[in-house]
Design a protein around this ligand. Structure first.
Ligand code: GCO
Length: 256
């Protein structure tokens, strides 16, 4: 097997929400595979810190602080990429938030915020990215981060569930329209991963026991365990894979 198949040298990857958690692990992983990575979050200070950490590891990394859920902020960021000559070959729509509340207590503004950040943002950033990929005529890779909730619901996270279900089909909608331009759009569905976003769940003994007993691997996943699937979907190795979702969940969805 040739490792050239998975080599990302000479490619530029934008990873949204990548100053910590899964996004940061993917920034590290795609960098190690050779890509130049653009780190993003809403906060400039968080971006600067993540960029500094990755630079210390010897990676070619840039930062771009912008709000993925705000159309003006997204288009300003892409104008800046154009001016800097940054051409995105790989987009990872990873930015996401959580709001846990039973639906009977859920406010419209919180529903909307979660849908905007976890689903609409992937459309907005995906559109700006794909528009340029189509114009350049060199194809590209889009990876949308889903969830176990792309497949099944869990009580108290309705907007997150609906957004992540949408992500799975957004990848397919992108594939339907952009495959002819040699753009591959796929999803990764992480299982329960040890991240800041999930810390409250990790710290809840009942939830922790539920994760360990429901998952045949009997443990939480680590952010870096998503890197392999991301490199595959970002590289030439997946050039005829389109509209799929790869669950990296320790086998969770395969068992009763
Ligand atoms: C939750 C978690 C999610 C899960 C994810 C598993 O509250 O359900 O915060 O992020 O970790 O849905 O795929």
């Amino acid at each position: 097997m040739s490792t050239a198949l998975f080599d990302l040298s000479g490619r530029t990857a934008l990873i949204t929400g990548s100053t910590r958690g899964i996004g940061f692990a993917l920034a590290q992983g795609l960098s190690a595979a050779g890509a130049r990575v653009i780190v993003n979050s809403r906060q400039q200070a968080a971006v600067d810190q993540a960029v500094a950490k990755l630079k210390e590891q010897g990676f070619d990394v840039r930062g771009a602080a912008f709000d993925v859920a705000d159309q003006d902020s997204v288009s300003a960021a892409f104008d800046a990429f154009d001016q800097q000559g940054l051409e995105i070959d790989i987009l990872v729509n990873n930015a996401g938030i959580q709001h846990r509340a039973p639906m009977l207590e859920l406010e419209l503004k919180d529903w909307q915020r979660v849908i905007d950040t976890n689903l609409t943002a992937a459309f907005l950033v995906g559109k700006e990215t794909a528009r340029r990929m189509v114009a350049r005529g060199r194809g590209g890779k889009i990876i949308n981060i889903g969830s176990l909730t792309s497949e099944a619901a869990r009580a108290t996270v309705a907007p997150y569930t609906v957004a992540k279900a949408g992500i799975k089909l957004l990848s397919r909608a992108m594939a339907a329209e952009w495959a002819r331009h040699d753009i591959q759009a796929n999803s990764i569905g992480p299982g329960y991963i040890l991240t800041d976003m999930n810390q409250a769940l990790v710290d809840n003994p009942q939830f922790d026991a539920w994760v360990k007993s429901s998952n045949p691997s009997q443990r939480w996943g680590k952010p870096e365990e998503l890197v392999g699937a991301a490199i595959f979907l970002a590289s030439a190795a997946s050039n005829y894979v389109n509209g799929q979702i790869i669950y990296v969940d320790g086998g969770w969805l395969s068992v009763l």
